[in-house]
Design a protein around this ligand. Structure first.
Ligand SMILES: Cc1cc2nc3c(=O)[nH]c(=O)nc-3n(C[C@H](O)[C@H](O)[C@H](O)COP(=O)(O)OP(=O)(O)OC[C@H]3O[C@@H](n4cnc5c(N)ncnc54)[C@H](O)[C@@H]3O)c2cc1C
Length: 498
């Protein structure tokens, strides 16, 4: 369970990180590198791999990172770190398909998980005041406990584990991020626990039982759908596949040669969703006139996302989420060239149809599952009889807090609540959890996508990376006796170098 060589009796403060996916593992890594005083860092994560999480522990080699390796790293100051690690590791010899036009690498996602795991283990073995442990369990409850007098003013946490053990923490960082997908109600009502409904395609071996000739219906047309098609094609799937989502939007490809971003959205940021949309459209048009792709503009929007988000009033944020999010998701979350080619190939062979439609009705009997789809743009309903239905609607972020029962005692005691937009947990601009009175808590933090309500775009790298680094620095600053960050010309910088 332990990664480092801790002395038996330690009096150091303990930081428990709940969840050891990318956010939790990278927060631990940077906290350990930043700490100038002893600190015990316990990463509570049931998976074997630290850093793997939902995204980077999939064993399927067809599941690839969706941005080039050169833009994925554990160090924002050195974005080429993973790419160099990959080229040195010899992965290209065993997975030559990872290398695409222009010399970019789209490795398997598991490879990125291995890279992160190695970094955390290396850090755990290094000399230094911080001690990292991997507690390979699921947490079942995080309960605030009074620590010092006066009672009720200073808290620590009891973190109960599934095996009945208990950790006592001075600070907790919540990094549980992605809950499993939640299938649409109509599917659950019609199919219940029928094995022909694959509710969680991320579960190991979830698609193993799909027969090669099976007629498959995929609900959702985003990156999870692309993973599913890649798995099926690699398994030699021959049966027809129907994909549908309300808008039928699929993730767009990369413009890999465009390295310069186009546009500035942070200067005098817009205060309405409509004005923002118009500004983006105008910038795309101007960029196209100069021969630059829309991707360069969307990446500039992403770069400026925090400023954009902060400037929008709550009602406008809601409008943005309601009307523009599907388009943003399709353009912002790009698809790797390999699964993009799979989709094109399946379509060209007439094996795959992608529909903009909603589910009107679904019934099931021994002969098959009959789905009636209502096309978005009108026309007669379409009926498809299939053998398997796969849910590809992505993580059920609207159930974030309910999905992690371990957080229930924090909710019940008023120390944690959902943000106003239902994107995650309410935090301040330092990522401290805000309690029911609106007061940020110096001992309770969120790292990663659960802080999206405050930061806006916080899902892919490098935003999640930058956020994890910031959380690590903020937590380190609260360690008793921690040395002040080194001053720089521009301001202050923590003791972190990549
Ligand atoms: C399928 C998928 C693919 C993606 N691919 C890319 C990509 O290629 N490139 C990119 O830039 N971004 C990608 N992303 C974006 C991704 O969100 C972030 O890059 C990042 O992985 C988020 O990691 P996380 O640690 O915050 O969350 P998660 O990966 O959800 O990790 C949370 C961890 O918490 C653990 N946990 C949950 N509950 C408990 C509990 N009670 N006790 C203990 N542990 C618990 C889980 O086991 C899990 O490992 C992808 C996202 C998904 C979902």
């Amino acid at each position: 369970m332990s990664l480092g060589n801790a002395p038996q009796q330690r009096t150091a403060p303990r930081v428990v990180i709940l969840g050891g996916g990318f956010s939790g593992a990278v927060t631990a890594l940077h906290l350990a590198r930043t700490a100038t005083v002893p600190v015990d860092i316990d990463i509570v994560e049931p998976r074997l791999l630290l850093g793997g999480g939902v995204a980077y522990s999939t064993p399927d080699p067809q599941h690839r990172i969706n941005v080039p390796a050169a833009r994925m790293s554990a160090f924002s100051a050195d974005m080429g770190h993973y790419d160099r690690w990959l080229r040195r590791s010899g992965v290209l010899a065993t997975d030559p398909q990872a290398l695409v036009k222009g010399g970019h690498i789209f490795s398997s996602r598991l490879e990125f998980g291995r890279y992160l795991d190695g970094l955390v283990r290396e850090q755990a073995a290094a000399d230094g005041p911080a001690h990292i442990r991997h507690v390979q369990r699921r947490a079942t409850a995080v309960t605030p406990i009074p620590r010092d007098a006066p009672p009720g003013q200073s808290f620590g946490y009891a973190v109960a584990l599934e095996n009945g053990a208990r950790l006592v923490a001075d600070m907790v960082v919540i990094a549980t991020s992605h809950p499993p997908p939640s299938p649409p109600k109509a599917l659950v009502q019609a199919l219940g626990d029928d094995p022909r409904l694959i509710a969680n395609p991320w579960a190991p071996g979830a698609l193993d039982a799909v027969a090669p000739e099976a007629r498959v219906l995929v609900v959702g047309s985003g990156l999870t759908m692309a993973d599913i098609l890649a798995t099926l094609q690699a398994a030699g799937h021959k049966g027809p596949i129907t994909v549908f989502s309300r808008r039928g939007l699929t993730p767009r490809g990369h413009a890999l040669d465009a390295t310069e971003l186009a546009g500035d959205f942070a200067t005098r940021p817009e205060v309405t969703a409509l004005a923002l949309l118009r500004r983006i459209r105008a910038t795309v048009t101007a960029a196209e006139v100069e021969g630059r792709p829309w991707q360069a503009v969307l990446d500039a929007v992403r770069r400026d996302a925090r400023t954009i988000w902060r400037a929008l009033p709550l009602a406008e944020k809601r409008k943005l989420l309601r009307h523009l999010r599907p388009f943003w998701d399709a353009h912002r979350y790009r698809i790797a060239p390999q699964p993009e080619a799979t989709i094109q190939d399946l379509q060209a062979r007439g094996q795959l149809e992608i529909l903009a439609a909603s589910l009107a009705d679904i019934t099931a009997d021994a002969d098959g599952i009959r789905a009636t789809l209502r096309p978005r743009w009108g026309g007669a309903p379409l009926t498809r009889t299939v053998d398997v239905v796969v849910v590809a609607t992505g993580p059920a972020h609207d159930h974030l807090i309910d999905a992690v029962p371990a957080l229930a005692p924090l909710v019940a005691t008023g120390r944690l609540h959902a943000d106003a937009l239902g994107l995650g947990i309410a935090v301040d601009d330092q990522s401290r959890v805000i309690d029911a009175r609106g007061v940020p808590d110096d001992t309770l933090w969120v790292s990663g996508p659960l802080a999206r309500g405050t930061f806006g775009e916080l899902m892919g790298l490098p935003q999640v990376l930058i956020h994890a680094e910031e959380v690590a620095r903020s937590v380190a600053r609260r360690l008793p006796g921690q040395a002040a960050p080194e001053p720089t010309k521009k301001g202050v910088r923590a003791r972190v170098t990549a």
